[in-house]
Design a protein around this ligand. Structure first.
Ligand code: NAD
Length: 267
C-alpha cells in the first residue's frame, strides 16, 4: 500500500526534542523526507535522524534559529538543494519563559513572541512562496502545500503566569486562519494542532513526580498525559490527503482538556 506522504518533503522546526521529534518520526514513517531543524542541539537532532534512518526513512539535520530571517531562508535553501522543494511545513519550535505578569521582563516577552510567533511567520512565508511557485503536483498530493502550526490549548485557555506564551499561541491561531483564508484558492492548506499536556521536556515539572502528575490529571478527563506519538498521528493526518477538505482549523489533541474538567463532578 502506498504510504500517505510518499515522495514529499517536510520541514519540522524544533525537531530535536519532544513533539517535533515525534512528528518528524511519524512523517518519515509515512514516506516523507524530513528536515530536522534545531537551533542549538545538534547531537539530539542527529539522534532523531539516526532513528529515522534505522527505520528505513530519510532526512537531514539543519541548524537554524526560527526567529532569525537569514537562518530561516538558509534552511529552506538547503532543503531545496537536498530535496528540490518542500511540501509540508510543521511550525513546531517553541519555548516558555514563565513569570508573574508584573515581573515579566521585556526580554522574556520578546523572546517568546520572537520564537513562538515571529518564527512561525518567517517559516510560513518561505513555505508559501515555494508552494505558490510550484503549485500542485498531483502524483504527490491534491494540495500545493500544507502548513501545520503547533499551537496549544492555550490559544483559547488563559494561563496565569504565562502571558507571553498564551499571547503567542492566541496570535498563532489568527495567523493560521488568516493564511488559510488567503491561500485556500491556491490549494494551500494551513491548520494548527492544539496539544494539551504532552510528556516532553517543556513541561517536565508537571509530570516528573507522582504528586505533580496526579495534580495534572485533574485537568485531563481522559486521565492520562499525552505522548509525542499522539501528536505525530494528528500531524500525519493533517499533512495527508485524508484531510484534503480541512483548512483553517485547530485540531485539539488534549484528552478532553477543553471540556471544562472542573465540571466533571457536577461543578
Ligand atoms: P521541547 O522543549 O521538547 O521542544 C521545543 C523544541 O523547539 C526544541 O527542539 C527546541 O530546541 C526548539 N527550539 C527552541 N527555540 C528554537 C529556535 N529559536 N529555533 C529553532 N528551534 C527552537 O517542547 P515540546 O513540548 O516538544 O514543544 C514543541 C511545541 O509544542 C512548542 O511550540 C510548544 O509550545 C507546543 N506545545 C507543547 C505542549 C506540551 O504539553 N508539551 C502543549 C502545547 C503546545
Amino acid at each position: 500500500m502506498k504510504r500517505k506522504l510518499e515522495g514529499q518533503t517536510a520541514i519540522v522546526t524544533g525537531a530535536s526534542s519532544g513533539i517535533g521529534a515525534g512528528v518528524a518520526k511519524a512523517l518519515a514513517a509515512e514516506g516523507a523526507a524530513v528536515v530536522i531543524n534545531h537551533s542549538s542541539s545538534a547531537d539530539k537532532a542527529a539522534a532523531v535522524l539516526d532513528e529515522i534512518k534505522k527505520a528505513g526513512g530519510k532526512g537531514i539535520v539543519v541548524k537554524a534559529d526560527v526567529s532569525n530571517e537569514a537562518d530561516v531562508q538558509a534552511m529552506f535553501k538547503e532543503t531545496y538543494k537536498q530535496f528540490g522543494t518542500v511540501d509540508i511545513l510543521v511550525n513546531n519550535a517553541g519555548l516558555q519563559k514563565d513569570a508573574k505578569f508584573h515581573d515579566m521582563t521585556l526580554d522574556e516577552w520578546n523572546r517568546v513572541i520572537a520564537i513562538n510567533l515571529t518564527g512561525q511567520f518567517l517559516c510560513a512565508r518561505e513555505a508559501i512562496k515555494e508552494f505558490l511557485r510550484r503549485g500542485v503536483v498531483p502524483e504527490r498530493s491534491k494540495a500545493a502545500g500544507k502548513i501545520i502550526c503547533m499551537s496549544s490549548v492555550h490559544e483559547v485557555i488563559p494561563w496565569a503566569g504565562h502571558a507571553n506564551y498564551a499571547a503567542s499561541k492566541g496570535g498563532i491561531m489568527m495567523l493560521m486562519k488568516t493564511i488559510a483564508q488567503e491561500y485556500a484558492p491556491q490549494k494551500i492548506r494551513v491548520n494548527s494542532i492544539g496539544p494539551g499536556a504532552i510528556r516532553t521536556p517543556i513541561n517536565h515539572a508537571a509530570w516528573q513526580t507522582p504528586e505533580s502528575y496526579n495534580q495534572l490529571l485533574k485537568l485531563i478527563p481522559q486521565k492520562r498525559i499525552g505522548e509525542a506519538e499522539d501528536i505525530g498521528g494528528a500531524a500525519v493526518w493533517l499533512a495527508s490527503d485524508d484531510s484534503d477538505y480541512v483548512n483553517g482549523i485547530t485540531l485539539f489533541v488534549d484528552g478532553g482538556m477543553l471540556l471544562y474538567p472542573g465540571f466533571e463532578d457536577n461543578g
